[in-house]
Design a binder for this molecule. Structure first.
Ligand code: SF4
Length: 578
């Protein structure tokens, strides 16, 4: 199709307006698309799809006119979103029509960091990368390759083709963004809930989360980060008169919506949770019946908390929250049967994150806030058990990862300890986002090959040897998952990628072909439907989540686990008495 490029923006003119005018030739209203009249805005052809800009996984309706996407709206048949989308969804169109998009494979011509490239063909780029990878493997071993796949790669790229590639190549140095954000709650849930819950807190459906009488948010700015779900929750809790308390160092948008905002000192949520636990144990606020039936080890937790003297008075100078407030909140929480704790990135990016989540989960458990609707601990986690696995006889032997977190790879890049990393394939923007940027640049200089797969040029591209143009979810066909309530959304392909952009799965398969992997990274898996159905649903909990069923679902999603092809979609897990 013809690539559409805008005429360039004038000062004060919005990106949306430029794209809209260019695509449709229709004069837009000022705040396109939110106050635009529906008539004439919706294209004649509608495709049901989804948004993967964030993990809210909103289902969408994408309207086309000919081969152009003209409007993206919410899906009114989706009970979770209620047909709403947030403004970020419109970036799907903006990304497609952006004049800044990387459209062709490029090879570095300047120094690393300069960002000077020449256009090359896909064959030249992939042949060049493959040749250098083989040289690195010969000199340093297969573990000298590190692969970082950020969330933009999508689940099929990240946990599908990139996984298979690394298994066949023989490197354990493959990671997404989890170690920076999701690993702490994952571990805490695994240690407290056990593996039955998928090693995570993913046990809820939307009517659990909406049914609380008290919501305590810690380090979770849901109103800005998952606005659609927050809107649904907030609307219902206001109708029911449910109270909302936000502990956050900043007066976030979420805090502004709350009944009470408690500015807590950063990184001290663990002390707050311990202070609450102390008050609960020392004031007979334990739900004895629930604990006797469902909780193991509560006595040992009590002994530990009381023995260490983690009183609210102890927590006050650490958290900056008065002891009396901690006592009042602990009391209110323990006495409110349907109460939710929501904790997120504001907790999980501190060094004490795993223990903070454990303490909050223990607080919920000893006060009986599990096993019923409207109660629990909710945190975005990444532990959705979807992962492609190569046949056992094709998995190459590999050394343990240099470190589990990509931030730990920098040491291996710079000093060669515990072994050298000398090749990096990355998506996202590590050269802006990883900690230790100066050391990372030093490590990058020592790489024999660096490839960057992305939509737009960034600081990371500037340091790469090859820049490979990727495609977005709606240009590919993709899966997104909502970590909080186990929704799996199929994002239907609605438009061809612009220029020479290619899906991440295509890039990994083509690179694999050059390295003797075509028996596993098969040509036919360039079709995302076949990749999903044939390689990524081995876990019995995903047996019923075929592409055909996802596509047929009027909501645009299904909730795992579904144990057989025609089995029911699961709702709340582990309801007492179920
Ligand atoms: S909340 Fe997230 S998934 Fe939903 S429309 Fe906004 S960016 Fe997309």
């Amino acid at each position: 199709m013809k690539r559409v490029t805008g005429p360039g923006r004038r000062a004060g003119e919005s990106v949306f307006k430029t794209a809209w005018q260019t695509v449709t030739g229709v004069e837009p209203v000022e705040s396109f698309p939110y106050s635009a009249p529906r008539e004439g805005v919706l294209g004649p052809e509608m495709v049901r799809s989804g948004c993967n800009i964030c993990f809210n996984s909103c289902s969408t309706r994408v309207y086309r006119r000919g081969d152009r996407v003209v409007t993206i709206t919410g899906n009114p048949d989706d009970p979770v979103t209620g047909g709403h989308l947030c403004p970020k969804s419109q970036f799907l169109m903006q990304m497609y029509y952006s004049e800044h998009r990387v459209l062709h494979p490029q090879r570095r011509v300047g120094r690393r960091g300069e960002g000077r490239f020449e256009r090359v063909s896909w064959d030249e780029a992939l042949d060049g990368i493959a040749e250098k990878l083989l040289r690195v493997r010969e000199r340093y071993g297969s573990e000298a390759l590190a692969v970082f796949t950020g969330s933009r790669s999508g689940l099929l790229g990240l946990d599908g083709t990139a996984q298979l590639f690394c298994q066949l190549w023989g490197t354990a140095n493959h990671s997404g963004t989890n170690p920076f954000c999701g690993t702490a709650p994952d571990l805490a849930f695994l240690m407290t809930h056990g593996v039955e819950a998928g090693g995570s807190g993913n046990i809820f459906a939307e009517d659990d989360v909406w049914a609380g009488d008290l919501y305590i948010f810690l380090g979770d700015n849901m109103a800005e980060t998952r606005p659609v779900n927050f809107g649904q929750l907030n609307e219902r809790r206001l109708r029911r008169g449910a109270r909302m308390v936000v502990l956050d160092p900043r007066r976030t948008v979420t805090a502004q919506k709350a009944d009470e905002w408690l500015p807590i000192r950063p990184g001290t949520d663990l002390a707050f949770a311990l202070g609450c636990l102390h008050h609960v144990f020392s004031h007979d606020l334990v739900d004895r019946e629930f604990v006797a039936s469902w909780v193991e080890g509560a006595d040992r937790v009590k002994e530990f908390i009381l023995g260490r003297g983690y009183t609210p008075e102890w927590a006050e100078p650490i958290t900056d929250i008065p002891a009396a407030t901690i006592r009042r909140l602990a009391e209110e929480y323990a006495r409110t049967p349907r109460a939710f704790i929501l904790g997120n990135r504001g907790l999980s990016q501190h060094t004490n994150a795993t223990q903070t989540f454990r303490a909050l989960i223990m607080l919920a458990a000893v006060t009986g806030h599990y096993g019923k609707k409207g109660a629990g601990v909710l945190a975005i986690t990444s532990a959705v058990p979807i992962q492609a696995r190569a046949p056992a006889d094709r998995v190459a032997p590999r050394r343990p990862a240099a470190r589990r977190s990509p931030a730990g790879w920098i040491e291996a890049m710079v000093s060669g300890k515990p072994y050298p990393i000398r090749a990096l394939i990355m998506t996202g923007n590590p050269l802006s986002l990883w900690p230790g940027q100066a050391a990372l640049r030093e490590g990058i200089e020592k790489q024999e090959v660096v490839a960057h797969i992305e939509l737009f040029p960034s600081e990371s591209s500037a340091w790469a040897d090859y820049l490979l143009p990727a495609a977005t979810g709606i240009e590919v066909g993709e899966i997104n998952r909502y970590a909080e309530d186990r929704r799996i959304v199929w994002i239907e392909k609605v438009i061809e990628p612009p220029g020479e952009c290619r899906p991440d799965i295509w890039i990994w398969i083509e690179l694999g072909k050059r390295l003797g992997m075509k028996d596993v990274l098969k040509e036919e898996y360039k079709d995302p439907v076949r990749l999903w159905d044939e390689t990524m649903r081995e876990d019995p909990r995903f047996r019923g989540l075929s592409h055909a069923r996802l596509k047929a679902s009027p909501t645009g999603w299904l909730r795992w686990p579904i144990l057989s092809e025609d089995g029911p979609s699961a709702e709340t897990l582990f309801l007492e008495g179920s």
